[in-house]
Design a protein around this ligand. Structure first.
Ligand code: ATP
Length: 308
């Protein structure tokens, strides 16, 4: 798939602070990319630079292959950005809000208003004014408004932030629908990985202005898969038995205090017996799985308490 966004060595410096520090990434057409990082990591600044709202201190932005000022301007007209709260008039209904924007933008065809409202599930809100909407409904109205111009790429800054669980599910389902049915490419930020659920095809983890991991959803799931946690009275000998005598290939020795084994999950008894018979006593042996949230917290260096 073609890259619709290519960012190379992008930085933004505010006085002494590097808000975004030499960031490079690509976004493929049709993907849903989650930009994940704690507060102040630089997510909004990256999105603002993509949207031309903040001027980069260094680096290059290429959108639809365009990197010149005028080229980027053209490219941005094929995108939509919801970075701060969408501009919604509280005393207008959903339909009036969308219609007002349609007229402002000179988009032909009044039927388009009902069409975009139906896409976000707000077609039956009738005379209800936006001030009576839940936060989730307002977010969906903002998305409906941005759909008016049929964007090919949507850039959404924390659209899930502050929503209740139902609102979160609604936005997630809506984004999946837009991706599948309208083939919209989506770049979405969040500071809580689990809130994005399983909708993203790729993840960019950011901390202190830098991309600390760029991983596909598939690889992320693989890294978080189940394993056997093994600690013995002689881990060195245990390692030799596992990889030599037993011929296991899925053994990871990168942790200091224990060994991770991705094989033999269905026969822990045999594993333990073989080790014992070869003079190694397992002192810790259990099946474990890292939750996505723990994986993320480990990466950004935050303490995470797992409640089992
Ligand atoms: P949040 O989730 O809190 O919005 P974020 O990941 O979007 O965080 P940014 O808003 O991009 O982070 O901010 C990155 C850093 O740059 C922060 O430390 C912030 O204080 C700083 N920053 C952002 N905008 C400005 C500005 N206009 N002037 C000075 N510093 C700024």
């Amino acid at each position: 798939m073609e890259n619709v966004i290519e960012v190379t060595g992008l930085s933004k410096q505010y006085k002494a602070q590097m808000a975004v520090d030499n960031v490079s990434f690509t976004v493929k057409r049709g993907s849903i990319v989650g930009l994940i990082g704690p507060n102040g990591a630089g997510k909004t600044t990256i999105m603002k630079m993509l949207g031309g709202l903040v001027y980069p201190s260094a680096g290059e932005i290429k959108i639809f292959g365009e990197s010149t000022e005028s080229g980027l301007c053209k490219a941005r007209s094929r995108m939509c950005f919801i970075i701060e709260a969408p501009y919604i008039r509280d005393d207008f209904t959903a339909e009036e809000n969308v219609e007002k924007l349609r007229l402002q933008k000179g988009i032909p065809g009044k039927e388009r208003v009902k069409e975009v409202l139906a896409k976000v599930g707000l077609e039956n809100t009738g005379k209800k004014q936006a001030k009576q909407f839940s936060l989730g409904m307002k977010q969906r109205l903002g998305i409906a408004m941005s759909l008016l111009s049929k964007p090919e790429i949507m850039v959404l800054d924390e659209p899930i932030n502050g929503l209740d669980p139902q609102g979160i599910v609604e936005i997630r389902n809506l984004l999946l629908k837009l991706s599948r049915e309208e083939h919209v490419t989506i770049l979405i930020s969040s500071h809580i990985l689990s809130e994005l659920g399983i909708i993203c095809s790729d993840y960019l983890f950011i901390n202190k202005g830098q991309i600390i991991k760029d991983v596909s959803a598939e690889d992320l799931t693989l890294e978080c898969r189940q394993y056997i946690h093994l600690h013995t009275d002689n881990d060195e000998l245990a390692g030799t038995i596992l990889t030599g005598k037993m011929g296991l290939t899925g053994v990871d020795f990168s942790e200091k205090d224990y060994i991770r084994i991705y094989d033999m999950l269905d026969d822990v008894k045999l594993l333990s017996k073989t080790l014992y018979e070869n003079g190694v006593i397992p002192t810790e042996l259990f099946i474990k799985q890292i939750s996505l949230e723990k994986y993320y917290m480990d990466m950004v260096g935050e303490t995470y308490v797992e409640y089992n």
